[in-house]
Design a protein around this ligand. Structure first.
Ligand code: ATP
Length: 342
């Protein structure tokens, strides 16, 4: 069902933690709430579940206002940070815990949804961390909740396992047709897994949208640097062109003139070899600098360049580029940049 959080406020001991916090998650969608530690993500989830009461604002699930209801009346499923299964109960009994007697078919169906058909008679300690987390998801889905909340559900898993478990979890949520909210501080996880991302800062959702559109058009400099990597440089804008240490760069902030900052994505930099001499002899090479560091990741690489102006940029390139620390290099910029006036 659709989740609608409207203008929620919450203070602890007079200190505001949420203020004017609004979020809409459409039916069947997976939304990631992404924000730095302490911005209020867990508090928002606790208000949706009913473990915490908002000071102001409302929560609706489908057509039902649930703001004042206790947790058990809300129809919200929760997947906690660690699976938190009952260690003395079988997998099937863990999944069926909140269901009426005689729900064996539903238990089997939910285990199937998370790819664990046939695991019902195992004990939790006989499962891997990723499997335990999938059982926790099956348990959350079993009573057919209107909304499923996942609170940093992959934290306890090591990095390589995380990627496969999050694919499994996404697939299971989609198969179940669940409306889900994933809280995470891992932007790669949010961008790759969610249908929409909601960026939270200081108790507010500052931008909501499809991952690619939030990445391409961040609402402000804070979002630009929080979602993905960005090189930020001082700039001065006139007529849709921002002048900065990288030259005169077109931008899309129509009408914005005067001082401000440009933000560039690492894949916007084009690097080229130049001769040992810097200077005007190779005008197509853009501005010049020296390679400071090369980080090789296999399919791609990150090249840190110290520009002659003194600024440092970090560019993403293909993995097979020939640059090494100390090489002289030319830097040009591809595509329009982001400009934010002061
Ligand atoms: P993290 O990513 O670190 O889990 P978060 O974004 O989930 O952080 P919250 O746990 O919602 O943030 O906390 C937001 C702020 O509210 C923090 O400053 C926290 O100390 C404060 N806070 C949360 N719960 C309480 C409480 N019960 N009493 C007092 N302060 C609280």
């Amino acid at each position: 069902m659709r989740l609608t959080v409207t203008e929620v406020a919450k203070s602890f001991g007079g200190v505001p933690v949420l203020q004017g916090c609004s979020l809409v998650v459409e039916e069947g969608e997976l939304a990631a709430v992404l924000g730095p530690s302490g911005c209020g993500k867990t508090t928002l989830l606790r208000i949706v579940t009913g473990f915490e009461q908002a000071d102001a604002g409302s929560v609706r699930i489908g057509d039902r206002e649930v703001t004042g209801l206790p947790p058990e009346k809300r129809g919200v499923g929760i997947v906690p940070q660690e699976a938190a299964l009952f260690p003395h109960l079988t997998v099937a009994r863990n999944v069926g815990f909140g269901l009426p007697r005689g729900s064996r078919d539903r238990v089997a169906e939910c285990l199937e949804l998370v790819g664990l058909a046939g695991f019902g008679e195992r004990m939790p300690h006989e499962l891997s961390g990723g499997q335990q987390q999938r059982v926790a998801l099956a348990r959350a889905l079993a009573p057919r909740p209107g909304v499923v909340l996942l609170d940093e559900p992959f934290n306890a898993l090591d990095r390589s396992l995380r990627v496969t478990v999050r694919d499994d979890v996404r697939a299971a949520l989609k198969r179940a047709g669940a409306t889900a909210v994933l809280v995470t501080h891992d932007q790669e996880e949010a961008l790759s897994m969610a249908d929409t991302v909601a960026v939270m800062r200081e108790g507010r959702i500052v931008q909501e949208g499809m991952p690619a559109s939030v990445y391409a058009t961040p609402h402000d400099l804070g979002v630009a640097t929080f979602i993905g990597e960005a090189v930020v440089l001082e700039a001065y804008s006139t007529d849709g062109v921002a002048s900065c240490t990288l030259g005169d760069l077109p931008h899309r902030a129509n009408g914005a003139t005067g001082p401000g900052h440009v933000a560039l994505r690492p894949e916007q930099f084009e690097l080229s070899e130049v001769s040992g001499l810097s200077g005007p002899s190779e005008p197509d090479a853009g501005v010049h600098g020296e390679v400071e560091r090369v980080e090789f990741f296999g399919h791609d690489a990150a090249i840190t360049v110290r520009l002659d102006s003194g600024n440092t940029i970090r560019a993403r390139t293909r993995g097979d580029v020939p640059y090494r620390p100390g090489h002289r290099i030319g830097v040009t910029v591809r595509g329009p940049v982001l400009f934010y006036p002061e």
